[in-house]
Design a protein around this ligand. Structure first.
Ligand code: 4AD
Ligand code: MG
Length: 459
């Protein structure tokens, strides 16, 4: 006889005088004079709690309701009425309350209203029950769904690229080996581990990027994207690096670098605009408690064109900067995060696309420009976050690719299948990768990347 509702749609529709049932967790209990109690219930569907009024006439008022503490799981059934008190428009007059699970106050760790994020990181299984981490989870979900929608609206196909792979896409050697060998008794040949006796007959790793496989599908289906977990044994222990993170990587046949940059800008704007409309309450929370500049930063991305400069121009700007950088600036060296943030935060004060990096510092698959010294690469740098997107036009010319493999010290025999894509029906194509957690960081203002993935794996 009670209609079950989640709190989010309930607060939206406010179906007054309806017999409703809500299931969630107690946030607070307050006993009022005159024999009744107020409960704040949160069911995770939205930031807001539902206020429940339970009076002493209820059969389990003394035995259970008055013993409820923060964290208890309950079912509350009653009638929705206009709330006479300030703070909420409606409240539920309780007719029945069932306790599913107690949360003893002496031991339940989430008692205070505000816990530090470091403290919450020590209990990643409970932290989604806090307002801020639950809000991050909802924003993360909204962004993931928005990205699928963006690509679907543009005719891209979703391709599932492998997690276990035998190629090192970025050529940086930052891979975790996947093995079934007995680590206490490794087969060896010539002083090296003999992976021919391993499960796959050769050394395999967790993927650092789905790009190479996405290229194979782009050169068959046209436009595709992959979105999944990515692993890097990077030694950087920073607020922007994880060992396990998610990357979204579109790949487009018959596309050049300019088309790639255009798509990336449109993509980022689409995603942030979706969050603004779908997660307004969450953004208000983050603007209030986490990052007062959040709304302006989102507006800055949405309302302006991204700045576009070449790497060579960026180096000029940095050399002219009236500031001392920790890492020296010189043509041919990679940009460090202090340089990237200076460009985005101080020179342009908006997202910056840097293109045409030196060939010597970029992976083998990037297309060599006519000058021979640079490649058709692009990085998108954001204020506050630094590098969010890295992409390029791919080298589609067989001979040049072969040369690049040799130059970067990779073995041709490991890339025969990738070279086939250039032997048969090769075509210009381009794509990029966006670090999904860095996007969530930008959308929430969260300072540390460990707060925007449910169970962070980092150094
Ligand atoms: O710039 P990256 O290394 O590019 C690639 O992997 C290309 N294969 C992508 C492509 O063209 N399809 O990584 C892309 C993005 C970075 O810009 C960054 O946002 C994110 O992935 N990223 C990380 N995020 C969190 N933790 C890490 N350790 C990350 N490494 C890269
Ligand atoms: Mg990069």
């Amino acid at each position: 006889m009670f209609k079950f509702m989640r709190i989010a749609p309930l607060l939206m529709a406010q179906p007054l005088d309806t017999a409703l049932e809500v299931k969630g967790w107690v946030r607070t209990r307050r006993d009022a004079k005159g024999g009744f109690s107020f409960l704040e219930i949160n069911d995770g569907s939205c930031l807001a709690n539902l206020q429940v009024v339970a009076d002493s006439g209820l059969v389990n008022y003394e035995s259970e309701i008055k013993r409820l503490t923060t964290g208890c799981a309950v079912r509350v059934a009653g009638d929705l009425v206009v709330s006479p008190a300030r703070g909420q428009a409606v409240e539920l007059r309780c007719r029945e309350l069932t306790v599913y699970g107690w949360a003893p106050a002496e031991t339940y760790p989430l008692q205070k209203k505000h816990h530090s994020f470091e403290f919450l990181r020590s209990m990643t299984h409970l932290r989604p029950r806090t307002n801020s981490l639950a809000a991050v989870a909802r924003i993360r979900s909204a962004l993931a769904l928005a990205l699928h929608r963006f690509f679907a609206e543009r005719g891209f196909f979703y391709v599932h690229t492998p997690i276990i792979t035998t190629n090192d896409c970025e050529g940086a050697g930052e891979m975790f080996t996947v093995t079934a060998l007995d680590l206490n008794n490794l087969p060896r040949q010539d002083d090296r581990v003999d992976f021919s006796r391993d499960f796959f007959g050769r050394q395999a790793s967790l993927t650092v990027s789905g790009q190479l496989e996405a290229e194979a599908y782009a050169l068959a289906l046209g436009n595709v994207y992959t979105f999944g977990p990515t692993f890097r044994a990077e030694h950087s222990n920073t607020s922007r690096h994880l060992a396990e993170f998610w990357m979204v990587e579109p790949e487009m046949a018959f596309c050049d670098l300019a088309g790639d940059v255009d798509l990336a800008e449109e993509f980022l704007k689409y995603l942030l605009a979706s969050v603004q409309t779908e997660c307004a309450a969450e953004l208000t929370l983050f603007g209030q408690f986490i990052d007062p500049g959040l709304h302006d930063r989102l507006a800055m991305v949405l309302e302006q064109d991204f700045a576009r400069i070449t790497y060579t121009e960026a180096v000029d700007r940095l050399l002219k900067a009236d500031r001392a950088f920790e890492f020296p600036v010189r043509w041919g060296a990679d940009l460090q995060s202090e340089h990237e943030r200076y460009l985005a935060e101080e020179v342009f004060k908006r997202p910056v696309v840097v293109t045409d990096y030196p060939r010597a510092i970029k992976p083998f698959y990037m297309r060599t420009n006519d000058d021979g010294r640079t490649v058709a690469a692009m990085d998108i740098l954001l204020p506050g976050v630094g590098e969010l997107i890295g992409g390029s036009q791919r080298e589609e010319r067989y001979d040049v690719l072969l040369e690049r493999l040799a130059e970067t010290g990779l073995r041709q025999e490991d890339y025969e299948w990738y070279l086939d894509l250039r032997r048969y029906g090769s075509a210009p194509h381009a794509g990029f990768g966006m670090g999904f957690e860095r996007l969530v960081q930008f959308a929430t203002g969260m300072a540390n990347i460990r707060e925007v993935i449910p169970f962070p794996r980092a150094r």
